[in-house]
Design a binder for this molecule. Structure first.
Ligand code: SF4
Length: 429
């Protein structure tokens, strides 16, 4: 069971791979010898969900002796506290322990284990079991050195480290040889790839190299940091045919005062100039962002500055969050002084502003022809395919007899809803 972000979903592939190599097989929970839960602590809601899930596993533990292991960010942060709070958990393992999961489960059968040491993690060459044949994630950086004041990631994932260019290219090439058609480069801050090791970011070089070595696969990347997203990366996106024109660039706040308190390393003017340059260099880019409301000390004026930035930036989509203090971070030492009601009201206003922009962005697609990657049958309506444009916009279109999962197709966009597009199939490429 996996909670949280894309990084966690990707880590789950390594855990599956390590367990598979040790002879474990996936099964329905009722028949399982062990349950492995991969946790997230970036937001309070994920923590709450984990404890709810752990409580629901208790009867199984008492009935069949199910071994329960909890790993990931929250296990890293809480360690023995998690074991105290949930005495039926047998194994707690941190973010650098994934390759040893099978040995930890085995130790957990004869006594409770808490393994949260950090350092020395290398995912290169580790077995991995992917959930999809046509799409894969490749970690290029792990950890983070930015210490944004609200964020727990540097404490639970460790300091930033990049893999080598050769490792990334080799892994991506192997995936493409296995039939993968979309590779997602993953890191807390992909734009600083190799900066620490080589004194300058090699992310743009990596995009160009993947363009030459693996031209048949679409390349996406997440997450970018506005301070490190530079002109060379924009040029690499536009020059490299298989790199998709989609950038997720978290703004977080439109107030310079709040951005400073968040330790984000840029101001609103700098952000605006960057996205103007991005749209000039990559004219059909889709731009999404993250926004937080209710950061300590955020005034109505600060919040209105965020609303104003949303209008100025005209994001294609935005993920909006309410600030929750994360114990151990710098911001958590400040009073959480924006009342809950005010946070809720700001979230609603912000969500409405971004919803209008998303609808406008989608309406602008009507009448166009787009190349899409088909991800599979729509979960809501299995009679339709679910696909994404190179700009990461969701498109549904009618299914025929052929299985198009993992195929690239041309569609004409015929209408737009609030969150997705409706298209007609023109051809399968
Ligand atoms: S860049 Fe900031 S928000 Fe993103 S992971 Fe690093 S510390 Fe957290």
């Amino acid at each position: 069971m996996t909670f949280g972000c894309q990084m966690n979903l990707h880590d789950a592939d390594f855990i599956r791979g390590a367990l598979d190599a040790a002879g474990w097989r996936e099964s329905a929970l009722e028949e399982a010898d062990a349950a492995v839960l991969l946790t997230c602590c970036v937001r309070q809601s994920a923590e709450n969900r984990l404890y709810g899930r752990l409580a629901s596993l208790k009867p199984l533990k008492e009935g069949s002796g199910l071994l329960i292991a909890v790993g990931g960010c929250m296990a890293q942060k809480e360690g023995v506290n998690l074991m105290r709070r949930a005495p039926h958990v047998d194994v707690v393992f941190g973010t650098h322990q994934y390759p040893d999961i099978a040995a930890l489960l085995s130790r957990g059968t004869s006594g409770r284990v808490c393994a949260t040491a950090m350092g020395g993690l290398s995912l290169s060459g580790q077995p991995r079991k992917r959930r999809e044949d046509f799409r894969a994630w490749v970690t290029i950086t792990s950890g983070c050195d930015n210490f944004c004041s609200y964020c727990i990631v540097p404490y639970v994932r460790g300091r930033e480290e990049s893999r080598t260019m050769e490792e990334v290219v080799e892994e991506t090439g192997e995936l493409v040889r296995q039939g993968v058609r979309e590779v997602n480069l993953l890191g807390q801050n992909v734009n600083s790839f190799r900066r620490k090791e080589e004194g300058r970011s090699r992310f743009a070089d990596l995009l160009r190299l993947l363009g030459r070595c693996c031209p048949e696969a679409w390349i996406r990347f997440v997450t970018s940091h506005p301070r490190d997203f530079d002109t060379d990366i924009m040029l690499a996106v536009t020059e490299t045919a298989n790199v998709c024109e989609y950038v997720h660039l978290p703004l977080q706040s439109g107030s310079d005062r709040v951005l400073g308190a968040m330790n984000r390393g840029y101001d609103r003017q700098g952000y605006l100039e960057k996205i103007r340059e991005l749209r000039r260099i990559v004219p059909d880019v889709t731009l999404s962002t993250d926004l937080i409301v209710g950061f300590p000390g955020e005034t109505e004026e600060d919040f209105e500055a965020t609303l104003e930035m949303v209008e100025l930036c005209r994001f294609d989509s935005a993920f909006t969050f309410v600030y929750n203090p994360r114990e151990g971070t710098a911001a958590a030492r400040r009073p959480d002084d924006v009342p809950r009601r005010v946070k809720g009201e700001r979230l609603r206003r912000l969500a409405e502003a971004t919803r209008v922009l998303t609808a406008a962005s989608l309406s602008g697609e009507v009448g166009s022809e787009r190349t899409v990657m088909v991800y599979g049958a729509s979960r809501k309506d299995p009679a339709r395919w679910s696909a994404r444009t190179r700009g990461n916009k969701l498109v549904h279109f009618q299914r025929g007899d052929d299985d198009l999962t993992g195929r690239i197709a041309r569609v004409r966009i015929v209408s737009a809803g609030s969150w997705s597009l409706h298209g007609e199939l023109l051809e399968v490429i």
